[in-house]
Design a binder for this molecule. Structure first.
Ligand code: SAH
Length: 361
């Protein structure tokens, strides 16, 4: 299953392919990370890919209850932390702003009305977010976030869109996996420079063709936000599809026009993502000074927050929507849909309480 499910055809080809082909002709193959960064920057700048009119559907677009459960988790923690003020809601890669809107509506019922800070690079998506969240402050990265209060940080399907770096084992040893361009097509090629020193010694003897994928950008983002929370107080929920142990292999995937696509075809016209390796992120956060509350499957997180009761309540209020509501619940929580592949990692400042659904360490 592709985690982001395509629902509609995407737009006509861009000039990005031509630009990357010229770049490669002039300077040689580029890294997978550079290719992925350029492709996704173009992709998110040029369209609104979410929901029924876009390429794929994310959890907050499946049901309002997803954002509501996140709002309840944050409000509960904030209350038990003694209702600190000032307090900021920070969301990275908020898409259409749906999650923020649903979470903030629930938080207000608990008396939690934070300032809203959205970290978003796409101008087009910022405009879309502003329709629902007119009072928000926008940031291009974490460096300009406020330094004067607790941060309640959320990121859903954000880290998976950040560029991954790949190393590939060749007969001559480990090399960086690059993207070349020949006969009018982009294709992965192995770099010339030996990279064995960049590979853990246990992996040096891996089979030819093995790929080691890392996400320096995801690691840096988690380190940054963890350091802010350690210094200012607060908590974080990082939700994404991924695994909680490191494994070999490329997880780079493209979703376009209803289906999985070749990630090296038509850069900028498909959504490129990679699975998140949560096992490396927890120690990075801890090193930056926060408590790692745990990493659990999305189905367990949503069940602990009471999503089934909330869906049942909505169905009682609108009986005609019962089937759609139950389908949404299954989509978010069934193990063969988003329930198991998606993980929720929770972090909190030292001195902040444990979060609902995460067993105390
Ligand atoms: N969280 C939303 C959208 C996920 S798609 C949802 O669940 O529906 C990824 C989002 O991250 C988009 O809003 C995209 O524009 C944004 N994004 C991608 N790379 C980014 C970067 N480097 N910095 C900030 N935002 C980024």
């Amino acid at each position: 299953m592709t985690a982001r499910v395509a629902v509609a055809p995407s737009e006509p080809p861009s000039s990005l392919a031509a630009r990357l082909a010229r770049l490669i002709a002039a300077g040689g193959p580029i890294s997978v990370a550079q290719y992925m960064a350029a492709a996704n920057a173009h992709y998110y700048a040029s369209r609104e890919p979410f929901g029924s009119a876009g390429d794929f559907i994310t959890a907050p677009e499946v049901s309002q209850t997803f954002g509501e459960m996140i709002g309840i988790w944050l409000a509960d923690l904030w209350q038990r932390a003694g209702r600190p003020a000032p307090v900021h809601y920070v969301e990275a890669g908020p898409g259409r702003g749906t999650l923020a809107r649903d979470a903030l509506r629930v938080m207000a019922r608990f008396g939690l009305v934070p300032q809203v800070h959205l970290v978003e690079t796409s101008t087009r998506l910022r405009a879309c977010q502003a329709e629902w969240l007119p009072a928000a402050h926008w940031h291009a990265d974490f460096s300009t976030l406020p330094e004067d209060g607790a941060l309640l940080f959320v990121a859903n399907e954000f880290l998976d869109a950040l560029p991954v770096r790949q190393l590939v084992k060749t007969a001559a040893g480990w090399r960086e996996r690059l993207v070349g361009h020949r006969d009018g097509r982009f294709r992965p090629v192995a770099g010339e420079r030996p990279m064995d020193a960049a590979v853990p010694s246990a992996l040096r003897a891996a089979q030819v063709g093995a790929i080691l994928e890392t996400s320096p950008a995801a690691a840096a983002m988690v380190a940054d936000i963890a350091a802010r929370i350690a210094a200012q107080g607060g908590a974080a929920l990082v939700i994404d599809y991924g695994h909680d142990e490191s494994r070999l292999g490329s997880t780079l995937q493209a979703v376009r026009a209803h289906a999985g696509a070749d990630p090296f075809a038509d850069p900028g016209e498909a959504d490129l993502t990679a699975l998140v390796d949560f096992s490396v992120l927890a120690p990075i956060a801890q090193t930056a000074g926060v408590r790692w509350l745990g990493t659990i499957e999305q189905r367990h997180f949503l069940a602990a927050l009471g999503i089934a009761a909330r869906i049942a309540m909505l169905a009682r209020r609108a009986p005609a929507r019962r089937d759609a509501l139950e389908a949404a619940l299954a989509r978010l929580t069934a193990p063969d849909q988003m329930g198991q592949l998606f993980k929720v990692m929770a972090l909190a400042a030292k001195g902040w309480p444990d979060g609902a659904g995460f067993a105390p360490a």
